[in-house]
Design a protein around this ligand. Structure first.
Ligand SMILES: *[C@@H]1O[C@H](CO)[C@@H](O)[C@H](O)[C@H]1NC(C)=O
Ligand SMILES: *[C@@H]1O[C@H](CO)[C@@H](O)[C@H](O)[C@H]1NC(C)=O
Ligand SMILES: *[C@@H]1O[C@H](CO)[C@@H](O)[C@H](O)[C@H]1NC(C)=O
Ligand SMILES: *[C@@H]1O[C@H](CO)[C@@H](O)[C@H](O)[C@H]1NC(C)=O
Length: 569
């Protein structure tokens, strides 16, 4: 079902402008109500959720999203905390306090990623009654503690003004500190990306980790706590963050693993969730208006022009529906509401910075982005008094609005926001009432209205000349023994879910020794206290055969040697 209003109207020019305004004025309250309906204990669509727990979606089949994710919950509450602390909605204090209590409890729940002291904070999702989710999953995910501390720090900064430092130190700080300490200790380890598919390093994760450490250091200082570890690891993470940039192809490679192009909404989402209006168009932190983030945005948007039938016939410099990444096949691989909104949001954020600084820079890196809107534009700085500035910003505003017009066009008449819309006909699909879709609608509407978030300290940061590694954590020796009969020329290899097992990359899989044939063996130094998945593979003259599903898994001990005795499957 398409929005009745939009199917009948032209989507360009003044008419589209006014229909977009009216979409926002209708959809804004629907999104806010939809978001609140998914928060326990009183939300109308979240029966069974504990107080302060955010459900991802009320959908229980195909897909079952009736769980609480730390990432989604933290992004959702960031919206509510920002609305509360800026005085837009003064009724939210009770819900924010419930969220703090719920997350403080979740931190302590032992789960398959570990306990509070052995990596449990990396657990991505829990049951909505606050108990551990114990089935197999892509874990750990290391953006959760970073995003949660960012949300709680926004609230803490308000509370510092509202009460006293000692009150913040006694109430919120212990929860924030647990997350910050986890981020400081683990940012330099791999984990699953925000789409829960790729086990590697991920741009979004590193970017939000950097942000949390930076603002965590400022809060620690304000509370008279030691901030040195957070600052040191923030510098290291900022250094590593630079490595995701692909200068030849002009985009941010979202994951270091996964065997994909790396073109991914991951990078636009990182830009909007680490937007600091005080940082200008700083490229070291990939601000929304930085040349690198704009170049990357163009590559990302363009990757969907030809693959979705929905986008056919749309001009090469006009807005299109966008999804997570072009290779996506989940639920058929479709556009998502929150990713299409993220493109618009990055552009609105950029427009607000250009307006505030009274100029915009076109560099060799961002030239292809700007040439979409004025073919003859050349690198340079354009003051707001110039015609080039006026032409470019007006065109970019229309371009940004175009993404929201698409969002509007494929939103059903009742305003409900699912996760995805069909790549060929635009019908809403996958999880209904996705809480993150509602949160993303609220933030893009707010960005379009010119509202900017608080600064978090991204301004003027220097990237260290040499990238130091972060803490590497304890490791243990694990011996993998597998009984496998082989034919001449064939050998057994091992790969799995951690760097030490080559991150599921068969080309780099580790060769086992056949000294005790038919038992093949190898001892590998792996992270301690970690849930590790792995498989053996056979290689014979370039032909690779994997063991059958499911993956093997074990929890490595905190210390001491350990042996696994497997039989090829
Ligand atoms: C703290 O916040 C509450 C809730 O918004 C408000 O009623 C109270 O006046 C504030 N106190 C101070 C000292 O700002
Ligand atoms: C850890 O940091 C070093 C230095 O920046 C970097 O080379 C390495 O790839 C990082 N590894 C992970 C998993 O973050
Ligand atoms: C849109 O396409 C999907 C997938 O092919 C199909 O299930 C659905 O019925 C279609 N909806 C409409 C309104 O055509
Ligand atoms: C594997 O075999 C060794 C030697 O027999 C034994 O000590 C060890 O406990 C076994 N490992 C497991 C996980 O059963």
């Amino acid at each position: 079902m398409r929005g009745v209003l939009f199917s009948a109207l032209s989507i360009c020019g003044a008419l589209a402008q006014s229909s977009l305004d009216s979409y926002i004025s209708t959809e804004g309250p629907i999104a806010k109500a939809g978001l609140l309906a998914n928060i326990g204990a009183s939300g109308s669509k979240s029966a069974g959720a504990k107080s302060g727990i955010v459900i991802a979606s009320p959908s229980t089949v195909n897909p079952d999203y009736l769980f609480t994710w730390v990432r989604d919950s933290s992004l959702v509450f960031k919206v509510l905390i920002d609305q509360f602390t800026t005085g837009q909605d003064t009724t939210l204090l009770g819900q924010i306090q419930d969220f703090v209590s719920a997350e403080t409890s979740l931190q302590q729940v032992s789960n398959p990623s570990g306990t509070i002291t052995t990596g449990g904070l990396g657990e991505p999702k829990f049951n909505i009654d606050g108990s551990a989710f114990t089935e197999s999953w892509g874990r750990p995910q290391r953006d959760g503690p970073a995003l949660r501390s960012t949300s709680l720090i926004s609230y803490a900064n308000w509370l510092l003004k509202n009460t006293t430092a000692s009150n913040v130190a006694d109430t919120l700080w212990p929860t924030i500190k647990l997350d910050l300490d986890y981020v400081a200790s683990n940012w330099n380890q791999t984990g699953f990306d925000l789409w829960e598919e790729v086990q590697s390093s991920s741009f979004f994760t590193t970017a939000v980790q950097h942000r949390s450490l930076r603002e965590g250091a400022a809060l620690a200082t304000a509370l008279g706590e030691d901030a040195s570890t957070y600052t040191e690891q923030a510098d290291n993470a900022l250094c590593f963050l630079q490595s995701y940039w692909n200068p030849t192809a002009g985009y941010i490679t979202s994951n270091t693993g996964g065997g994909r192009s790396g073109i991914d909404a991951n990078s636009a989402l990182a830009s909007i969730h680490t937007f600091d209006p005080a940082a200008g168009c700083d490229a070291n932190t990939f601000q929304p208006c930085s040349d690198k983030a704009l170049s990357s945005l163009k590559v990302y948007v363009d990757s969907f022009r030809s693959i979705y039938a929905l986008n056919s016939g749309i001009a090469a410099n006009a807005a299109v529906a966008t999804g997570r990444y072009p290779e996506d096949v989940y639920m058929g691989g479709n556009p998502w509401y929150l990713t299409t909104a993220a493109v618009a949001e990055q552009l609105y954020d950029a427009l607000s910075v250009w307006a505030a600084q009274g100029s915009l820079d076109v560099t060799a890196v961002s030239l292809p982005f700007f040439q979409q809107f004025q073919a003859g534009v050349t690198a340079g700085t354009y003051a707001s008094s110039t015609e080039t500035f006026t032409t470019l910003t007006a065109a970019i505003k229309s371009f940004a609005d175009g993404f929201l017009e698409i969002h509007a066009k494929y939103t059903p008449a009742n305003g409900g926001l699912a996760e995805q819309f069909d790549r060929a006909n635009g019908t809403a699909l996958s999880a209904v009432d996705l809480t993150w879709s509602y949160a993303a609608a609220l933030t893009v509407f707010s960005a379009r209205a010119g509202t900017t978030p608080a600064s978090w300290g991204a301004k003027g940061l220097a990237v260290p000349a040499i990238c130091e590694r972060g803490p590497q954590g304890a490791t243990v020796d694990v011996t993998f023994n597998v009984v496998a009969t082989t034919v001449p020329g064939e050998s057994i290899y091992l790969t799995g879910s951690v760097d030490a097992l080559e991150d599921w990359f068969p080309d780099n899989a580790i060769l086992l020794s056949a000294a005790n044939y038919p038992t093949w063996s190898i001892t590998v130094n792996v992270p301690a206290s970690t849930l590790i998945e792995y498989k053996y593979i056979r290689k014979n003259n370039g032909a690779v055969t994997w063991e059958s599903d499911p993956n093997n898994q074990f929890s490595s001990p905190a210390n001491g040697a350990f042996a696994l005795n497997d039989t090829w499957r």
